[in-house]
Write a protein of this length. Structure first.
Ligand SMILES: *Cc1c(COP(=O)(O)O)cnc(C)c1O
Length: 428
């Protein structure tokens, strides 16, 4: 499908849908309504849709709680004491890791702080952090306050990589050169895997290699990459990563995060960490004794016993991912986003009204396209919403649209294009 020929026609879009092996998954999700009509939902990058199976998964745990109460911790196959194991196969497939390298816990911002406790260990010589400019605000605040926690000045410690003038995304060479340039003082590279604003998917393998050559740890915030882009965290040698599960992973607003910790750190009790009883050796946990002994692998970073209801919703979604298959999802995603890109090109041509700032190269993006609106501004976006398109507007002038391969169709993309065309005619 390298040279897919696209057409701007409803008939063509319907034909693609008929030939889509994943078309059945759409009916497994609830779609919201806008102005009384089922929305064209392109906002899975912000909050994924609810799988219809969620109620049943949560209901089962509510029943266990009602019928078993405290015995639910140890009773049966799905005993809550072992519930963390359930999500591991699907999570490992999504991020490309071994099962012992991943665990679902806490929330994303909390997890990245906890991981930096272990993996950001500034010394007099090596203390700098490299990140991308314009990172998601939570990440900026995390870095700023971690640095201050160590008594350092953020302005002298955090190196932000900017796009070149006139460009919107980062060149891999510029990232690698910045790492090399600061290597004597570099402690950590921590950045997005997929940039939330531009939709750029970074070359995590090359960045990790460069970071390690500079003697630094390398970690990624995968909020926009997990469940969206192909990942091979283990093979790439990434030290740590974390993500949230409510964006592309459809697990519900604010739901549990996941972490990856490379197996080279699996048995490192000397790595400092902020521990809790749930990271302590499971066999001895209920001895309630002094002296923290971390569990093997990512489990050793757990703190608290998990919210079982949250995990149930998470599992409903993970089971869908496992069934659909990561490779199949990516294959459709490339075609679907390729179609969106093609149609936007048909509509705006080289008029300069719209500019796609997400990289053209499929290897450098997930499903999201970020459209710079050079004329018409937010009016264009508001008009889209009135017609039932749910995307999102990012200050000062970017519309992000993310057709996801699990629940969006080629017809969605076609209809979006028609409505966009009308909106541009009115306002741009
Ligand atoms: C969505 C997002 C977050 C959100 O963090 P929470 O702790 O889940 O609220 C953080 N970082 C990035 C890059 C994000 O895209």
């Amino acid at each position: 499908m390298e040279n897919q020929i696209y057409k701007y026609s409803e008939e063509f879009a319907r034909e693609l849908d008929e030939n889509d092996p994943l078309r059945g998954y759409r009916s497994k999700f609830y779609f919201p309504k806008v102005n009384g009509r089922e929305a064209i939902y392109f906002c899975g990058n912000s909050l994924g849709l609810q799988p219809k199976s969620v109620k049943e998964y949560i209901g089962k745990e509510l029943d266990n709680w009602a019928n078993l109460a405290v015995d639910g911790h140890f009773f049966g196959e799905d005993a809550w004491y072992h519930i963390r194991k359930k999500s591991k196969p699907a999570l490992a497939a999504i991020v490309g890791s071994h099962e012992h390298e991943v665990v679902a816990m806490n929330n994303l911002s909390s997890n990245l702080h906890f991981l930096m406790v272990s993996f950001y260990r500034p010394t007099k010589e090596k203390f700098k952090i490299i990140t991308e400019a314009g990172a998601f605000p939570s990440d900026m605040y995390m870095l700023e306050t971690q640095v201050k926690f160590h008594g350092l000045d953020p302005n002298e410690t955090i190196i932000e990589i900017h796009p070149r003038s006139g460009e919107h995304t980062l060149r891999t060479d510029d990232i690698l050169n910045t790492i090399a340039e600061h290597k004597d003082q570099l402690a950590l590279v921590m950045m997005a895997g997929l940039q939330y604003y531009t939709g750029q998917l970074f070359d995590m393998e090359a960045i990790t290699k460069a970071g390690h050559e500079a003697g630094a740890n390398v970690g990624f915030d995968l909020a926009h990459a997990a469940g969206n882009a192909p990942l091979r965290l283990h093979d790439w040698g990434v030290d740590f990563a974390a993500w949230c599960s409510y964006k592309y992973m459809n697990s519900g607003p604010g739901n549990i995060s996941g972490v990856f910790i490379h197996e080279r750190h699996a048995e490192s009790p000397e790595l400092p960490r902020f521990a809790g009883w749930w990271g302590h050796d499971e066999g001895e946990r209920f001895k309630m004794e002094k002296g923290f002994k971390p569990m093997f692998g990512a489990d050793g970073w757990q703190l608290a016993n998990s919210n079982v209801l949250a995990l149930a919703a998470h599992q409903a979604s993970l089971d869908i991912f496992e069934e659909a298959g990561i490779k199949n999802l990516r294959a459709k995603s490339e075609l679907l986003t390729g179609y969106l890109e093609f149609l936007i090109g048909q509509i705006s041509g080289d008029s300069g009204i719209l500019e796609i700032i997400t990289p053209k190269n499929k290897q450098e993006r997930g499903c999201q396209l970020s459209l710079l609106v050079n004329k018409g501004g937010k009016k264009v976006f508001d008009a889209l919403y009135e017609e039932g398109i749910v995307g999102d507007w990012r200050h000062p002038n970017v519309i992000r649209v993310a057709p996801t391969p699990l629940y969006n169709s080629y017809l969605d993309v076609y209809q979006f294009a028609r409505i966009l065309e009308q909106s541009l005619q009115k306002f741009a």
